[in-house]
Design a protein around this ligand. Structure first.
Ligand code: HEM
Length: 118
């Protein structure tokens, strides 16, 4: 099930890159890709919740992992919405990169699935 979770966020990341480049070109399919990306936000949360569902207790790092995971999703959404409005997104990009690195570190450190950092 961690594989399903990884698949959803990798697809979301690809859709995010596609949406950003479509948006920059003013491509007509930008809205569609953005809607698909939103569907993948739900799938990321659903597969994350699915992993949590199999656990009997929630150690502190899991709570941090979930919050930072939601933070990554929040920054992706806000980058796309604010770019569409022509607003500055530098701070959001910084947050996205930091949160993404932290969530990868925590995900791969925590015991389920791959554990590269423990
Ligand atoms: C874009 C956002 C997210 C990214 C990039 C991400 C990334 C990861 C990665 C790399 C793993 C490790 C998988 C493995 O070791 O096989 C993982 C595991 C996990 N994720 Fe996420 N995640 C995100 C969002 C979420 C959300 C929103 C939730 C909660 C609803 C969540 C809950 C979990 C749980 C419970 C695990 C298992 C941790 C463990 O290895 O013990 N994730 N995630």
């Amino acid at each position: 099930m961690t594989h399903a979770h990884i698949t959803t966020w990798v697809v979301a990341l690809i859709l995010f890159v596609v949406a950003i480049s479509f948006q920059a070109k003013g491509h007509e399919k930008t809205k569609m890709v953005h809607m698909l990306l939103r569907l993948f936000y739900i799938l990321i949360i659903a597969t994350g919740a699915w992993i949590l569902h199999s656990m009997s207790s929630f150690p502190f790092l899991y709570i941090v992992k979930v919050i930072v995971g939601l933070w990554v999703i929040g920054t992706m959404e806000m980058i796309l919405v604010r770019t569409a409005k022509g607003k500055n997104t530098n701070v959001l990009w910084l947050q996205f990169i930091v949160a993404f690195v932290v969530v990868l570190y925590l995900g791969f450190k925590l015991p389920f699935g791959f554990s590269f950092f423990s």
